[in-house]
Design a protein. Sequence first.
Lengths: 145, 755
Amino acid sequence: MVELRVNGHAYELDAPVGRTLAEALRLDLGLTGTKVACGEGHCGACTVQLDGVPVLSCITLLHTVGGREVTTIEGLAEHPLVDAFVRADALQCGFCTPGQIVSAAALVESTPQPTSEEVRHAMSGNLCRCGAYPRIEEAVVAWRG
Amino acid sequence: MARLIRTEKEVEGRYTEQWIVVEEDVLEQWPAGPRGIVGRAARRVDGHERARGQATYTADISLPGMLHAAVLRSPHARARVKKIDLTKARETPWVRGAIGPDDCHVLEREPSFQGAPVAAVAAQSAERAREALDMIEVEWEVLEPLLDPDEAVRRESFTDEPRLYARGDVERGQAEADVVVEGEYRTQTVLHNALETHQSVCRWEGDTLEVYTSTQYIWGIRDEVAETLGLPPDKVRVVCHFMGGGFGAKNSPGDYTFIAIALAGQTGAAVRCALTRREENLASGNRNSTIQRLVAGARSDGTLTALSGEYINAIGWDGFSGPTYGPMEMLYDCENVRTQTFGAKLNTPPNAAFRAPGFVEGTFGLECVLDELAAKLDLDPLELRRRNYADHDLVEGRPFSSKNLLDCYRLAEPHWARRKEVRARSDDVWKRGVGLASQVWYGGGGPPSYAWIRVGSDGRATVVTAMQDIGTGTRTAMAQIAAEELGVPLNQVRVELGDSARGPFASISAGSSTTPSMGPAVRAAAADAKRQLIEIAAQRYHLEERVLEIKDGQVISADGGSWPLEEVTGLLEDAQILGKGARGPNPTGMRVLTFGIQVAEVAVDVETGEVRVERIAAIHDVGRIINPLGAKSQVEGGIIQGLGHTLSEERLLDPQSGGTLTQTLDAYKLPTIADVPEIICEFVDKPDEHLTNLGSKGLGEPPIIPTAAAIANAIRDATGADIHSLPITREEMLRALRAAEERRREPERVGAPPA
């Protein structure tokens, strides 16, 4: 068993060998906002924050995050970045978007006024196959509206 | 009146004759230009739902008692299953079902490409199911695969009958030419890699089969599943509310849907069959590679006298031979054209439509050969294209319903004029240049397509149609069209789609056809609802219908009277106004096409072969723009996919075994945010006056078409090197630079005095 906090709530979860954080979030807690697109840490769709730091939940084993604070897209529902993404049309199919916003939220937490270069650097691990990148860059740079 | 017509239906350049019931489109088009809602930027109506992770994709569907399937796929490009034993897999405690080639028609006894499905199991979790695949005992006889497209043509191993097209006399045209250019161009196999992998969840509910699936064509899935299983079509319900990308690869049910159905039948439970990323890159379709042997001839004034192309589409084991020949036949006013196209059947994974299949590949070859011609003629490439402008369709001999390519060229001039300044910024290592390429594609949509609109007592409208929004923003465009026609604010309209049991038939989301097919049906439904609302208002306020209008949610009379729409609809209590609309026919005897041009600026490091794309300007002519914000996103997205296609993406096969080496997203290089250049997006935005009540064409595919050629032509402008192969890796760039260098030295040698 592992105890952890997700979006401010405490949970006790069964952590069999090999159980990933993404599986626990999606299957045990029903937090399906976190998407799994590659399952091997290459695309960034499954990004969540662990104590404020973006991590890939599909290759993070559940048993290693005991006592930590996990923030998923559900915990960022009212973050100004959500409006910023919709305003800038920074999403098309939307499957990568939760991961994009979780990554961007960590960026603007540490760098409240990111430049385009900083956004391109910080977000380059979040793939978007629809190619919403120019809009994502615009949304994150102008996240405060 | 409903009219039964025998008509030609086109999807992505494939024409079929079929009977269609159409209803006449009686609405006049709106005048050109932005209106209150249509033609103005609208935020996605489902943007917050998607951004917050609240949208339920097929990947998020979880049904009570649901099992998970895993598929045993052939590790060999060509093999025969000598023996298969599912006993041990079936006896594994957590396994609920197992199927082999005798249990499901998509499972193969003679797999003909690596990744062909052979057997499948269903278990309590995806992980357990994958583990259980090891318990399936298979004895393979490994056979020699056919992997070389040229060899396939020699052996006449074809997926389709070879296609021959000719107009005029190409030999005569070549003889009349002052300059003839020949070249072989190659394009690579690229993989769709939608972030939501192909997947379905299937279960029986009584005698109805429910299929939750990530699809571009709800009704196509319904029909194919029903036909395969021998069910009445409405016993199959297909649901897809949110969809994580398709790009052409999700038009059919695919092996995973039939596997889930077979396992649901065997286990009596709901079954999810979801491809892993590696399966996705192996067996879910691809844009096939091509070999293009092209000849172009022109007189010294630039008039094209001959175009000919031999195209080999390396299809794979199955799929379709796409219209790689299309741009050569359709783009220019050339009397003498001949194309020959072969669909090579190989022991490689089947292709699938990928965003403008054939045209992306064919435009690369044609537009590159045209620039080589321009260089030899010492003509400006834009001028060469103007001189060969086609004012009618030469393939069918029909007029265009509308064509504003000259407007696109005019709008491209300021971008093209940057050429001098860009080249001047070159130094010894980084050479800079500008290139352009034109675009032609289909995108007219067509009937049948239907929509309903429901207006309740609160004055809010709900559009109901069983179409899908695959991420292109069609939900938003439909809401805009309905709101505009009804005369209500955008936030008063909801769009309910994605369920074949809860809405009328709707178009496929492929071939840039959703907006031009569905938009006119939605507008017609809204007009029908509005007519009824005005009839009621006329009775309520004792006025003639002809003096009443609905605007901004108000019923307005010609004499200045104004009442909130809710006052009228409030009379309804629980009753509702129901409007219905259908897509009218396409204009008879006309060719409906989309056009455009892109201008690319590049920098090439001539020492390392690194290519950087710095700016792309795109000007497209797709009729009326419904949502400029969403349209811009479509263009940017198309260009960025095109950028990957041009510079980094390539499926690599082991040349001996035929196995796919690039199954993961670290091996298969998609563009990232850091790779994106400055993109400028402009539209002609003139409604096609002959096409429907909207005058709108599709925009999904046009922007990906000219990108590769524009970049390759910019590279020629920068360095003098002719690019002949995609992707333009450093290796290809250095090869082209060496070839250009050798060409430069050649005349010196010829003219040098004997030693």
